[in-house]
Design a protein around this ligand. Structure first.
Ligand SMILES: [Zn+2]
Length: 86
């Protein structure tokens, strides 16, 4: 559910983006819905406090690799050992 701010400054549309982070016109903190569970989150949140999914790929831990990479690595190691022994 995208929450729209009141259109109270349509005279200068570009001025909205000149605000420093954390400064807003309205009283409520800016929230964005979690793309996974729709939980309202602070706009600068890096991950969801409810479902614990990271909101963007850049924020995800970089060391996390898919399982198939490790499977392939182990298979290669086993093949190398087998070839060295034979
Ligand atoms: Zn979530």
């Amino acid at each position: 559910m995208p929450r729209r701010r009141p259109d109270d400054h349509d005279a200068d549309d570009s001025g909205e983006y000149d605000l420093p982070d954390g400064v807003y016109h309205d009283d409520e903190p800016a929230v964005v819905p979690c793309p996974y569970c729709r939980q309202p989150l602070p706009e600068d949140a890096q991950y969801c406090s409810r479902c614990e999914n990271y909101l963007s790929a850049e924020d995800a831990p970089p060391a996390r690799k898919p399982v198939w990479i490790w499977v392939g690595l182990i298979v290669c190691l086993v093949l190398a050992v087998l070839m060295a022994l034979s």
